[in-house]
Design a protein around this ligand. Structure first.
Ligand code: PA5
Length: 431
């Protein structure tokens, strides 16, 4: 299981800019209520994402579809936002070594150069198109999909339909209607799971299954994390404590920027998934009861060690307006040893004989210590390994933390009226 170390978030380590244990204790009753509220949303089926890890019917359905479609070599996943980011993040983390279908991505932009390049490089005869859109009417993916569809029909001919899987609402929407009309294979997005909470549903699990990612392992890890959340008191509950400390940082210390900085290249995309989850769930104009609150932390996706030579200067010496959360991988899949020739550079000779895994971990620790010295609150999530089980746990950890945060801020974490407003304005401008 992952472990959250938050001692550097506290005033005992980072002084005035850290949360006090008194404030954390004071928040405890509200945190317990928040936990109950999240569980209640699952119990009443208003929110389905907490139960996704138990859904064996879904698992079988996805595995069957993946078997049916494994005649292809590539899969072009077309989607945006919640219909895109988790798949990219999990594929980067887990898909690299597998000999399954290779995933490509499109539909998250209307940049013609991007789609042109994808169409030019992909052999559509050996490619499955997985169009993913819960609503079925989002501009960017649908625009790309219809362009790809024309090219597919031209290349594959009358059997083109075998090359399509539409992942969309089970009953409603234009994409569902088209899938039925043209007999395309289709998978459902549960009505009670919103886009950014759909990582552990058909949305991401189908393309990942094609890529031979262990989707059962992902669900299992998520289930363990969920069960731990359910059984543990909030005072020892990692996602609840993470949410509470970020909330106190925002409300008590005006630290309105919340950086996630994994020290692992395979978790780079994960930062972009977190960024959407945090921004769309928590950035709201109105709270419950329609009070205008204009609230929400600004999430930043950084990468260790890379951003030590970019962002970390700002984090250490700029305004006291942020928190940093590191992710440390405890065991890397492969390791390398620093070459003896480094002796030739006196200032770097100390590296000789050290493992890369040790060096990257020490870099993370050194950054945390420097932040401590500068009174900058920071925490670390220790991930035992980048494997399916732990990635499932990590996804569930952040979904739970986002849901708890929504309760603490007293906003609806599951809608996105600000996104819808942009969609409407675009429609009006182009008519
Ligand atoms: O989290 C969300 O709800 C959004 O980011 C959606 O996933 C995004 O707007 C794409 O929507 P759709 O799947 O309907 O195309």
């Amino acid at each position: 299981m992952l472990r959250y170390d938050y001692k550097n978030m506290l005033s005992s380590t980072v002084g005035l800019y850290g949360s006090t244990s008194q404030n954390l204790n004071k928040l405890r009753p509200r945190l317990s209520q928040a936990k109950q509220a999240v569980l209640e949303l699952a119990k009443t089926n208003e929110q389905g994402w907490l139960k996704s890890p138990d859904d064996q019917v879904m698992l079988k359905r996805i595995q069957t579809m993946a078997r049916e479609k494994k005649f292809v070599k590539n899969c072009l996943v077309i989607g945006i936002g919640g219909s895109d980011l988790a798949t990219r993040a999990l594929y980067q983390a887990l898909g690299h070594a597998n000999k399954g279908v290779k995933l490509y991505f499109a539909g998250s932009n209307t940049d013609p150069d991007e789609l042109f390049a994808a169409l030019k490089s992909l052999d559509l005869k050996h490619t499955l198109i997985n169009i993913v859109s819960k609503s079925g009417n989002t501009v960017e993916p649908m625009l790309c999909f219809f362009t790809v569809l024309r090219a597919l029909k031209k290349t594959v001919g009358k059997n083109y339909a075998q090359h399509i899987v539409a992942t969309t609402d089970a009953k409603n929407g234009a994409l569902r209607e088209l899938a039925e009309k043209y007999r395309w294979s289709a998978l459902p997005v549960p009505a009670n799971v919103g886009g950014r909470f759909s990582a552990l549903t058909d949305v991401s699990l189908f393309p990942l299954a094609l890529a031979r990612v262990d989707i059962g392992g992902l669900l299992h890890g998520a289930k363990n994390q969920r069960d731990e959340f359910v059984s543990q008191a909030v005072s020892h509950n990692a996602p609840a404590l993470f949410a509470a400390l970020q909330y106190l940082a925002y409300t008590v210390h005006s630290q309105k920027i919340q950086v996630l900085m994994p020290y692992a290249q395979r978790l780079h995309q994960f930062g972009f998934w977190y960024r959407q989850l945090w921004a769309e769930s928590l950035g709201k104009r109105v709270g419950r009861n329609n009070r205008v609150v204009k609230i929400g932390p600004t999430p930043i996706a950084a990468l260790g060690a890379t951003d030590q030579h970019s962002q970390v200067q700002l984090y250490n010496e700029g305004p006291h307006d942020k928190t940093v959360t590191f992710i440390e991988v405890e065991k890397f899949e492969h390791d390398l040893e620093a070459a003896p020739e480094l002796n030739e550079i006196p200032g770097l000779a100390y590296l000789v004989g050290k493992k890369f895994s040790q060096i990257i971990q020490i870099e993370r620790l050194a950054t945390a210590l420097a932040l401590n010295q500068n009174n900058r609150p920071n925490g670390t999530i220790f991930l035992p390994q980048v494997n399916a089980e732990h990635m499932g746990g990590l996804i569930m950890f952040f979904e739970l933390a986002a849901a708890i945060s929504g309760e603490l801020y007293d906003i609806n974490a599951y809608d996105q009226p600000g996104v819808e407003a942009g969609k409407r304005a675009m429609h009006d401008l182009m008519r």
